[in-house]
Every structure is written in structure tokens, then in C-alpha cells.
Design a protein around this ligand. Structure first.
Ligand SMILES: Nc1nc2c(ncn2[C@@H]2O[C@H](COP(=O)(O)OP(=O)(O)O)[C@@H](O)[C@H]2O)c(=O)[nH]1
Ligand SMILES: [Mg+2]
Length: 682
């Protein structure tokens, strides 16, 4: 099927906080434009946006979802993005491929505040965006107050594009601030023009003047007109809106009720009229590089379908995609338009479209793909993992299948990570929070038939010693038929400073321990230190072989290894073994009004505050730096989010090992047993 040529197209992401109504808005956009004949609802789990089982189970979007429609001769591709912070990576990866974003929010002050990280991302990437204040059927704060709250979190000036007409807390219509025409909404039909509501004259004038002033900041001609009290022509206002939205200089604001399709047509009209054309976006992304016919596309999302096929959602920046095209050396299996989970195959598609390609093996989300070695385009950074669970297949035999399945899981969702921990041998799944990991585990179970059990990851404690022991004797002597075994050593054991690790020396004179047996001694010492007296790997210890004796027939490297172990066994208990815990250097970011709460959270978890400061390119946000024991970090992100309306986040790295306070060490050792059983399961 070849696509009918449309006069234009727009790729638009729908973003905003969890529960603001994005999936509902998409449903309404598709309904109003005739792409679907009946509206689904999130409650009934039959929307186009939340079509995956993982999304339906939770009645929330957990990955980006695409749908196409047409309005006024313009072809639209909408991408419904998850709003939960735990799925932000999905949203960010998709956003770099769109021409504009609709930021959906609720008229509730606290919720508006949670938009700050999203606005920052949009502005850092200069992605044109407009705001759709949804749920205006229960707006219990004044419109101007909502605008005020929005302005406080956006670094770009917000301009009301409409002035809502309310009846008590219900939206019933709007005044278009460009034309000053008023309209009333009706369910199931476009809005009707109505006479200007005189009682709103004053408020409307203020909002309109603010809009014009904001636009005039980037247009001297408009500024002159305003200064001279000349009414600017509507075309000029629209031209400015288009230019300034397109360059992410201003953020127009709309109001609506997605559930009743109110405000949805004006939004579509504004997108047709004012959102930048795909060519404009492509020019911005591709920069000054030479334009030719080379096909350049970028992967916005990778899916594995329930049938196991791979689909790469791509934005075509330049050139075209044709059936069987080879990109980065990989032949595409097919080209598809996606409508939720449905796929519609097409033969070819030109620049400016977002489509899915099948079987792009080895190609990852964010990759730039081309038929002629195009230069790599910028991609979004990876969110750092902040929450971990240790996972074990329910069925032992599944262990071999696990790494293949996890690899696919990570391709679909790059904000997951996994590791096989060197000390604890656990498989640890890392992600952005509890729900994020639960969704990942659901996918493992459902798509890969890999049910998993989970527990809290063990803390990789280590141990060291506080005191030295000298000339510790170890002798290994075995006489059992044939020739025997004999090794005999004297070791000095000394504590080292934190971070120095392990070192082994020898000061043997006169060959009392022959050279060829010394490596055996070192191996014996190292093997012992893998499991110290407390059951954990020992660090920051120096061992010196000072003396010993041997037997010409019975000695061997093996016997000296055993002798060294005997000496270590005796010696280490005299050295006051102590438990060490990993300390992370953590940098917490949150709006400054929460800084004192963040500090309390840190100190309440045995943390040590190192300092705090304002973030230089993020007004109103602070960064608190602290040392925190890893043992206190498990649900730190959960607490942090609950203290900061969900917007706090942190960066961490391992910093050093530190002695565990005695009382606590005792508790850890008794609950873990003394043999390194180190399990702190739930
Ligand atoms: N009152 C009201 N509720 C709405 C409106 N739009 C969406 N909702 C409800 O808000 C909840 C979250 O909607 P959803 O579309 O899943 O939000 P998302 O998380 O942003 O995708 C659902 O229960 C919707 O029915 C609206 O305009 N008015
Ligand atoms: Mg949703």
C-alpha cells in the first residue's frame, strides 16, 4: 500500500507527568480525527496508547506507543510517552525524534512542579513544546494561578494561547488570544463561535498583552507596534508564534478536557499552523552537514513483539526508506506504521516520518542508521540505575536462557542494567525504581517464559584487620604412604591503610624456603583472604613470608600453599578482624525547597553531608553531595521521590570502604552467620 501524499506531516510526542491524561488525550486526538471510531478508556484497558499487557495490568503507560492519523490534510504521528519518572528514558529517547511535544499537565500546583525535569530536557534539546492543561473539568484553582505555577518551572516564557471560559470549576469554552474570538464547547462536535464574554474582558486583556509582549521579545517589529499602541495584524502574531515555538523560544499554553474532547481540535489546529515542519526539525538536528539523498534515520525505540520479532521505531531525517533497504549493513525486514500494537506494512516512506523497521539486528536505540555511513547524530544520555534487585530463575534450568533474554530486555529498555556481582555471585537487575523492575520481570516471565524470584541484593562487605601479628607459624605435614607432604612457613601480617589492597613480600635468606615454593605460599595466602575470619573478602593487608623450612623429598608448592593457609588461619584471628562496608559518593538533586528534607534523609541513613550548592544551569534546584553507606541505599530513591513530589534524583559512585560501627557490625554478623552467608533477604 502506498501512502497518499499529504500536504504536510507532524511528529508529535505526548509527554507529561503520570496520570495527567496523555493516553486519554491521544485517544481523543485519534477519535476527533476519525482514526478510531470509538474511544477506549484507560480504565477499560482498551486504549491505543496502553496496548501492551504490562501497561494494561497497571493502567499506566510503561513504554512509548505510536499512532497515526490525519487532520486538515496534515498527517500526524503521535507518540504517547510514559509519564512516570521510572520510565523517563523511554520518553527522552523518543523526544529527540519529534517535531514538537505536547506537555500534558493538570491544573494542580504540586503536579505542575513535577514538570521541571521534563521542561529542562526539552529546553536542553531545544524541542518545541506546548502545554495542554488537561482536566479543566475539575479546575479548582484560577487559570492565572495555574499559569503562574507553570511559569515558575519553565526556563522559556509561557504564553497563554487561549483564555479558558469557565463555569465554576468546569471548562465550557475559550477565547482564542490571537483572534479574540470566543467559542463554546459541545460534546461530540466542534466548538461554536459565541459573542465575547464581557465579564472576562479584563483578564483576557492581561493574558493577551502578556502573550504579545513575550512574542515581541524576539521580534523588534512587533515590539515597535506594541510601543506605539498599534494593533498587530493576526498574520504577524501567528508568524511569530510559529517561529518562536519552532525555535523553542516560547511555550504556548492550551486548556482542555481530554475525556470530553474539549480543547483537542484547537490543539490540532495549532499544531498544523504553528508546529515546525519535519524539514525544519531535520535541519536543526542534522546541522550544517551537506544535504544529499543519503538516507539518515535514528532509532527512537526498540521493541520485541510477543512473537519475538524485533521492531525498531525510527525517525527518517533525510532520504527515504524503501523495501529491503540496507542500513548500517543490516537489511530491513519490512517497513511499518504502528498503531498501538498493530502493524501496517508499507513499501516506502520519505524523510520526516516515524515508522518501524523489522529485523534490524544489532541496531540499538539511539543509533544513527544510514545507507551511506552518515555521521552519528547526538543521542540522549543514559539514566543511571538507582534501584536494584537480585534475581534468580524460579527454575534452575533456566539459568542458561537468562542472559539472552536479559540482553533483549535491555535493548528494549536501555535504562535497565544488569551485572553478575563478583563478590556475591548474585545476578543483579538495576533500574529506575520498583515499578520499572516489576515491569521488566513481567516481561521476562511473559515474553521469555522466565519467571524469576527476587531478593534484596547482598551488600558486598569486606573485612580487614586492625592489628599486626608477627612470625605466625604454619606447618603442613602429611605422611600417608608413598612420599609425604611438607611445608613450613612464618608470616608477618600487617594492616594497611584503606584502599591499599593486598601485598605480599618475602624476606627469605639462605633459601630456607626455596624460590620455587614461594608462589605456593602467596597462593595460599590469597586463597585464605578470599574468605576472611568474618566470612568476607579481606582487603588492606600486607603479608610477608619471613622464615620457614623445607624437606628435600616431601616439600612441594602445594604443601607450602597449605602451610600458608594454616598460618593465616591462626594469624588473622589475632589481628582483630573488622567489617568494612562500601561507602558511595552520592549527589542528590532536587528543588531547593526540599534541600533540608534531602539532608535529613541523608543523615537519617548514616550519611555524611559533604556540601550543597545551587545547580548553575537549573534555577531553583540544589545539589547535595554526601557519603552514604551502600547498605542504606536500597530504597533511597523511593524515599527521595516521596519527599520531593517525585522529582528528586541522584547520581552515585563507589567511593571507599569504611569500618562498620561495632554495634552494627555485630548485628550484621549475627544475622548473616559467620561463614559469609551474607544474605539479607527480605
Ligand atoms: N476528570 C478528568 N479525568 C481525566 C481527563 N483525562 C484523563 N482523565 C483520567 O485521568 C486518569 C489518567 O489518565 P491517563 O490518560 O492514563 O493518564 P497518563 O498517565 O497521562 O497517560 C484516567 O483515569 C483518566 O480517565 C479529563 O480531562 N478529566
Ligand atoms: Mg499513559
Amino acid at each position: 500500500m502506498n501512502e497518499k501524499v499529504k500536504s504536510g506531516s507532524r511528529n508529535v510526542a505526548i509527554v507529561g507527568p503520570y496520570l495527567s491524561g496523555k493516553t486519554t488525550l491521544l485517544e481523543s486526538l485519534l477519535f476527533v480525527t476519525g482514526a478510531i471510531s470509538r474511544k477506549g478508556s484507560v480504565k477499560d484497558s482498551n486504549t491505543v496508547g496502553d496496548s501492551s499487557q504490562e501497561a494494561r495490568d497497571r493502567q499506566m503507560s510503561v513504554e512509548v506507543s505510536t499512532a497515526n492519523t490525519e487532520y486538515n490534510d496534515t498527517r500526524f504521528t503521535f507518540i504517547d510517552c510514559p509519564g512516570s519518572v521510572e520510565f523517563a528514558q523511554e520518553t527522552y529517547n523518543a523526544l529527540i525524534g519529534v517535531d514538537a511535544a505536547i506537555v500534558v499537565c493538570e491544573p494542580i500546583n504540586d503536579r505542575v512542579l513535577t514538570l521541571a525535569p521534563l521542561f529542562k530536557f526539552l529546553d536542553d534539546w531545544e524541542i518545541p513544546h506546548l502545554v495542554f492543561v488537561n482536566k479543566m473539568d475539575r479546575a479548582n484553582i484560577h487559570v492565572l494561578e495555574t499559569l503562574h505555577a507553570l511559569k515558575a518551572v519553565s526556563s522559556r516564557p509561557l504564553v497563554a494561547h487561549q483564555y479558558p471560559i469557565m463555569r465554576e470549576e468546569q471548562l465550557i469554552g475559550f477565547i482564542d488570544l490571537v483572534t479574540e474570538q470566543a467559542y463554546h464547547y459541545h460534546s461530540g462536535a466542534p466548538a461554536d463561535p459565541v459573542p465575547f464574554p464581557e465579564e472576562l474582558k479584563e483578564e483576557e486583556h492581561i493574558a493577551r498583552a502578556e502573550m504579545l509582549e513575550a512574542l515581541a521579545n524576539f521580534d523588534d517589529h512587533l515590539l515597535e507596534e506594541l510601543l506605539e499602541d498599534i494593533e498587530p495584524p493576526q498574520e504577524e502574531i501567528l508568524k511569530d508564534l510559529k517561529m518562536e515555538l519552532g525555535a523553542d523560544l516560547v511555550v504556548p499554553v492550551f486548556f482542555g478536557v481530554a475525556e470530553q474532547d474539549y480543547g483537542v481540535r484547537p490543539l490540532l489546529e495549532a499544531l498544523v499552523r504553528e508546529a515546525p515542519e519535519p524539514e525544519t526539525t531535520a535541519e536543526r538536528r542534522l546541522g550544517s552537514s551537506k544535504k544529499d539523498d543519503t538516507t539518515i534515520a535514528q532509532v527512537l525505540k526498540t521493541y520485541y513483539t510477543p512473537q519475538g520479532g524485533k521492531l525498531s521505531l525510527v525517525r527518517v531525517w533525510q532520504g527515504k526508506l524503501t523495501d529491503g533497504i540496507v542500513l548500517n549493513g543490516v537489511r530491513a525486514g519490512g517497513i511499518y506504521h504502528l498503531m498501538g500494537q498493530q502493524q501496517h506494512q508499507i513499501n516506502q516512506v520519505g524523510a520526516g516520518e516515524i515508522v518501524a523497521l523489522s529485523r534490524m539486528e544489532g541496531i540499538k536505540t539511539g543509533d544513527t542508521i544510514s545507507n551511506n555511513a552518515a555521521k552519528e547524530l547526538p543521542k540522549t544520555g543514559q539514566l543511571e540505575p538507582v534501584y536494584a534487585l537480585a534475581i534468580i530463575p524460579e527454575k534452575r534450568n533456566d539459568e542458561v536462557k537468562l542472559s539472552g533474554a536479559i540482553t533483549k530486555l535491555l535493548e528494549e529498555d536501555p535504562s535497565l542494567a544488569w551485572e553478575q556481582h563478583g563478590d556475591t555471585h548474585e545476578v543483579i537487575l538495576w533500574g529506575q525504581g520498583e515499578i520499572h523492575l516489576q515491569v521488566a520481570l513481567d516481561r521476562l516471565r511473559r515474553k521469555y517464559n522466565l519467571p524469576m524470584t527476587t531478593h534484596l541484593p547482598q551488600i558486598p562487605y569486606k573485612e580487614t584487620i586492625r592489628k599486626p601479628a608477627s612470625s605466625v607459624h604454619g606447618r603442613y605435614k602429611h605422611q600417608s604412604g608413598g612420599h609425604g607432604q611438607f611445608g613450613d612457613v612464618y608470616l608477618d601480617i600487617q594492616p594497611l591503610s584503606r584502599g591499599e589492597g593486598f601485598n605480599f613480600k618475602e624476606t627469605i635468606v639462605g633459601g630456607v624456603v626455596p624460590k620455587q615454593y614461594i608462589p605456593g605460599v602467596e597462593t595460599g595466602v590469597r586463597e585464605f583472604l578470599a574468605h576472611g575470619p568474618l566470612g568476607f573478602p579481606v582487603v588492606d593487608v600486607a603479608v610477608t613470608l619471613t622464615n620457614g623450612s623445607y624437606h628435600t623429598v616431601d616439600s612441594s608448592e602445594q604443601a607450602f600453599k597449605q602451610a600458608a593457609r594454616v598460618a593465616m588461619q591462626t594469624g588473622m584471628t589475632q589481628c582483630q578482624p573488622t567489617l568494612l562496608e562500601p561507602i558511595l559518593r552520592v549527589q542528590v538533586t532536587a528543588p531547593s525547597e526540599f534541600t533540608s528534607k534531602v539532608m535529613q534523609l541523608v543523615t537519617g541513613r548514616r550519611g555524611q553531608i559533604l556540601g550543597y550548592e545551587a545547580i548553575h544551569d537549573w534555577q531553583g534546584w540544589d545539589s547535595v553531595t554526601a557519603y552514604l553507606p551502600q547498605a542504606e541505599m536500597h530504597n533511597f530513591i523511593v524515599e527521595l521521590r516521596s519527599q520531593t513530589l517525585g522529582v528528586g534524583s541522584f547520581h552515585w559512585e563507589f567511593d571507599h570502604l569504611q569500618e562498620v560501627p561495632d554495634k552494627l557490625a555485630e548485628r550484621i554478623l549475627t544475622t548473616n552467620g559467620s561463614n559469609g552467608g551474607n544474605g539479607n533477604s527480605k
